[in-house]
Design a protein around this ligand. Structure first.
Ligand code: NAD
Length: 262
């Protein structure tokens, strides 16, 4: 595989999760040094072990992206350890509850927005300060197809991912003068993994007119709503992220790539 990221360190937030670790593996194969950040130490340890087995130069950093002080400390530690951060995959996220709007729990709405919007903004802000100093940065934010079309029973998640698309566009404009490109990806139904299984389970429990109450049927309904009649493999996200971070995308900033099977 080409070594497009040989001299780069990438910070992957949500790096203990399914998508984070798979993207980290791809960027490591292309030569990147990997800093994984996650709130969950156990998932972080498992991802670091999995990546190390594949020969990656990787370290894990436990922090909550909604805690600005802890995040700043983690980013400082990463820079001390690796010297710099050239690439950011701003990917940590929380799916939230599955309830129709009039029943959606207000505290969960606030939590989803706090993690997916405020947390993602915190990461962008802290890491871009370092990138502005160095006049170099490549950023990919994880939005979602739920940020392109409103998804039933997912008011908070959809709102947060629409916000992520807007945040990416503004960040692209604000940071362009400093040689920092910012783009987003919007995965659709991706699996296997925690979020796929959880959404199938919880959409069934939501008892809405849109989905069956049987999880197996919900999975089929979701898959049949996609042009390619299957969910996307996590690895199928990797090429888009690597492309957006590479020089092949040297004049591309402020876009959102839908990864939705069509
Ligand atoms: P995941 O649950 O496996 O990974 C998310 C990770 O984020 C977890 O490891 C979690 O511990 C971490 N995290 C949550 N809150 C955090 C916080 N406050 N601080 C630091 N880390 C935190 O899910 P995934 O499927 O890997 O999802 C990754 C991203 O992709 C998310 O932003 C998600 O919304 C988005 N997404 C996923 C899918 C899908 O089908 N899997 C589809 C579209 C978008």
């Amino acid at each position: 595989m080409s070594q497009r990221f040989r001299d780069s360190t990438v910070l992957v937030t949500g790096g203990g999760g399914d998508i984070g670790r798979v993207i980290a593996a791809r960027l490591a194969q292309e030569g990147a040094t990997i800093a994984l950040l996650d709130i969950d130490q156990h998932k972080l340890d498992s991802a670091v072990a999995w990546l190390s087995e594949q020969g990656a130069n990787v370290a894990g950093f436990c922090a909550d992206i909604t805690d600005v002080k802890a995040l700043e400390q983690a980013v400082d530690t990463i820079i001390e350890r690796f010297g710099s951060i050239e690439l950011l995959f701003n990917n940590a996220g929380y799916q939230g509850a599955f309830q129709p709007l009039h029943k959606y729990p207000a505290d969960d709405f606030a939590q989803v927005i706090n993690i997916n919007v405020v947390g993602a903004f915190n990461v962008l802000r802290v890491v871009s300060q370092h990138m502005v100093e160095r006049q170099f940065g490549r950023i990919v934010n994880t939005a979602s197809m739920a940020g392109v079309q409103g998804t039933p029973n997912m008011a908070a998640y959809s709102a947060s991912k629409f916000a992520m698309v807007g945040l990416s566009e503004t960040a692209a404009k604000d940071l362009a003068p400093y040689n920092i490109r910012v783009n987003a990806i919007s995965p659709g139904f991706m699996g296997p993994g925690f979020m796929w299984e959880r959404q199938v389970e919880l959409q069934a429990k939501a008892h809405s007119q849109y989905y069956s109450t049987d999880p197996a049927e919900v999975a089929e309904q979701m898959i049949n709503s996609t042009p390619m009649r299957r969910y996307g493999a996590l690895e199928e996200i990797a090429g888009s992220v690597a492309y957006l971070m590479s020089d092949d995308a040297s004049y591309i900033t402020g876009i959102n790539i839908p990864i939705a099977g069509g």
